[in-house]
Design a protein around this ligand. Structure first.
Ligand SMILES: [Zn+2]
Length: 435
């Protein structure tokens, strides 16, 4: 099918998803430039409505609001949200099971349960339309228009029914899917040919998959077709990965932070800052025993909304303004999953990005760091002709950084497996804190 026809079909599909999406996008394109005070006023109005809905509809939230002495209609400032307790995944799960049936049309969704508990929840059609419009707005920062062709580096479904479903969605949305399940040298070169043939407008997918592909094609001294942007999602993007991907594609490498529960949460602007989707969410960072936990509150979903939900990621909400001119909140740091850290015996915390530089050691292709006990770390290296004296030096540096409180061992392996969803975790903690 000609490129333009696919593009038109894709635009039609997005219109069918929600007739008002274009209208919402138009107002989002304006609100991103509003003064901070105007954005906060908008958030406050939506927060009042959301909490009033919670008070009227769910016993769980009514009790919480009453206990905290918060009257939804009389909230004067966004700061008052902090008077409500944090909502855990388990609490949401049990509240959802006891919640009344949805009143209008809703979309049922479910998290994958990789962190132990598969969470079910619902979104009103208005809420999902806003989420899709926010996606479109973020892409527009890089000149990507609705219907533009996407090369998607993702995992392939394990079942044939799942693959058919993926194929249908991809066809309608003008996406070309490239599996990241197993990227080796030969596959990377075939993938490059396919990529050249499909002429994507942009690339979207897992950082680790796009990085593996980029590394292999650079090794062959070739580059990928130039695109408007390479958007990486679902995983942390480490500095060395960003550099390699940028070299391979010659295009901006952009971080998207999202989740199944909320869709887009933050998106990186042209100036390199992660902007929160303020019109749809309030994101707070709360310091708990040295950890910086992110809490998310929905503003537009009137069906069992998440209020101060502990999403399981660590990050810091900044108060600086970005030079791009948008007044949307800046997420000044995003450290990944809240279990992506080591708590030393003295109580201090070390985040997993300190292992980042191990990948730059000569001969190293992939690494995986596994915390097997509170004071014991195993490092796995995959590669050829690895500079072992370099590894030894690096590990000594890391030990020093951890104040000598962690025992570290390392070994070479033939394969570092992907997890079930096709992501490759550089850091895995087998230690549950607070248990
Ligand atoms: Zn910005």
């Amino acid at each position: 099918m000609p490129k333009n026809l696919r593009k038109r079909l894709s635009r039609l599909t997005s219109t069918l998803y929600g007739g008002s999406q274009r209208q919402i996008l138009k107002s989002l394109n304006q609100s991103q430039w509003w003064p901070k005070e105007q954005i906060e006023k908008h958030q406050l109005e939506r927060l009042r409505e959301t909490l009033a809905h919670c008070y009227d509809s769910y016993d769980f939230y009514r009790e919480r609001l009453d206990r905290a002495g918060v009257d939804p209609c009389n909230i004067k400032s966004l700061k008052e949200l902090a008077r409500l307790p944090v909502l855990t995944k388990e609490e949401y799960h049990s509240m959802y099971r006891n919640a009344p049936e949805a009143k209008g049309r809703v979309e049922h969704r479910k998290t994958s349960g990789t962190t132990g508990l598969a969470l079910q929840f619902r979104k009103t059609i208005e809420a999902t339309t806003i989420m899709r419009a926010l996606d479109s707005r973020s892409l527009s920062w890089y000149g990507i228009a609705p219907g533009d062709r996407q090369a998607r580096f993702w995992s392939a479904s394990e079942t044939s029914a799942g693959r058919w479903k993926q194929w249908g969605g991809d066809y309608l949305l003008n996406r070309y899917r490239f599996s990241v399940n197993q990227i080796d040298d030969g596959y990377a070169m075939r993938l490059l040919e396919d990529l050249r043939r499909c002429r994507p407008d942009y690339v979207y997918g897992y950082a680790s998959g796009i990085y593996e592909f980029s590394k292999l094609i650079l090794r062959h001294k070739v580059t990928a077709p130039r695109v408007k942007a390479v958007i990486v999602t679902s995983e942390m993007l480490y500095r060395h990965q960003k550099e390699v991907i940028h070299e391979a594609f010659g295009s901006p490498v952009v971080r998207e932070y999202g989740s199944t529960e909320f869709g887009p949460i933050a998106f990186e602007c042209e100036q390199g800052e992660l902007h929160v989707m303020d019109e749809n969410l309030i994101v707070e960072s709360c310091s708990d025993d040295g950890e910086q936990k992110l809490l998310v509150t929905e503003l537009n979903n009137r069906d069992v909304p998440f209020i101060r939900y502990e999403i399981g990621d660590a990050g810091v909400v900044g108060d600086r303004r970005c030079s791009c001119g948008r007044n949307l909140t800046v997420l000044s740091e995003l450290m990944g999953r809240t279990n992506g850290f080591i708590r030393l015996m003295d109580g201090s915390i070390i985040y997993d990005n300190i292992f980042d530089f191990l990948i730059t050691i000569a001969g190293v292709d992939q690494i995986q760091v596994v915390l097997v006990a509170r004071d014991k770390l195993q490092i796995f290296f995959k590669g050829n002709d690895i500079d072992w004296p370099g590894v030894e030096k690096a590990v000594e540096t890391l030990k020093g950084f951890c104040g000598g409180q962690i025992e570290m061992s390392w070994q070479q392996v033939d394969e570092i497996p992907l997890d079930k969803s096709g992501k490759r975790n550089y850091f895995k903690s087998l230690v549950g804190y607070g248990e």
